[in-house]
Design a protein around this ligand. Sequence first.
Ligand code: GUN
Length: 299
Amino acid sequence: MVEVINGKKLAEEITGKIKAETARLLETHGIRPGLAVIIIGDDPASQIYVASKNREAERCGFFSITHQLEANTCEDNLIHLIQELNDDPFIHGILVQLPLPKQIRAESVIQVISPNKDVDGFHYINVGKLATGTHDGFIPCTPAGGMMMIRRIHGDDLSGLDVVIVGRSNIVGKPMANLLLATNATITIAHSRTSELPDVVRSADILVVAIGQPEIVKGDWIKPGATVIDVGINRVPAPKNSKNPIRLVGDVEFEMASIVAKNITPVPGGVGPMTIAMLMANTLKAACRFAGVTAPEFR
Ligand code: GUN
């Protein structure tokens, strides 16, 4: 019988701990963690994500501010805002919601964020720390959330297990591979140009899918008994007569995969809430560092 991994419940558990630690930091050091989110343009999916990051930050007891910029904002404007936030003592975490409009180069903008406030873990300093196994950087939120789910099922040591990651993005695939390598798993990174993808996927004891294509991974690609972490959140048209015209689905065909897998994350309610919880954890960590106190571990 498949176990559906309840990301909402696990995220709630982490948020509860963050709330308590936030109250303690405020009481002992007079510091309230501050998160600034910058969003450019009006992409509906990004607007929803940013609103839930904001809501969750407030629930944790953080100071939270969203900077909404026009879709035609130039790179210099954005860089100027980031520099102001870098210098703002009330802001400990800065996040620029991706994707960005075409006139802005994400890579160059991200490098302007102070590595100490880079709660997304996208700055080269934090990427390099993760890649070299240096543990005092920020880890990207989605892979951190996925790893927590994997650890709850398989423990800390994945020696002998074969993991397949489908997707090679800087946001998920590559950092996920580094995190998994550190747990002794054997990793394959597959992507859109991989040949015989179903066979590669079928070799996975643990499968992580992050390619952003609705239900591309079919149930019969899954190895019986595998753990499936579905990172995709795809908006597709809902069946006629549904209340909401849009339905969310993952990158994995959930119903069919559930017949074969032992553990699987649902969409929604799987990795999504974990990403937001890990963003809160990173922001608290940044604020603790600013205060010169040891940050709590979230495992
Ligand atoms: N867009 C999709 N995922 C992410 C994320 O983890 N961080 C940011 N900043 N933008 C995203």
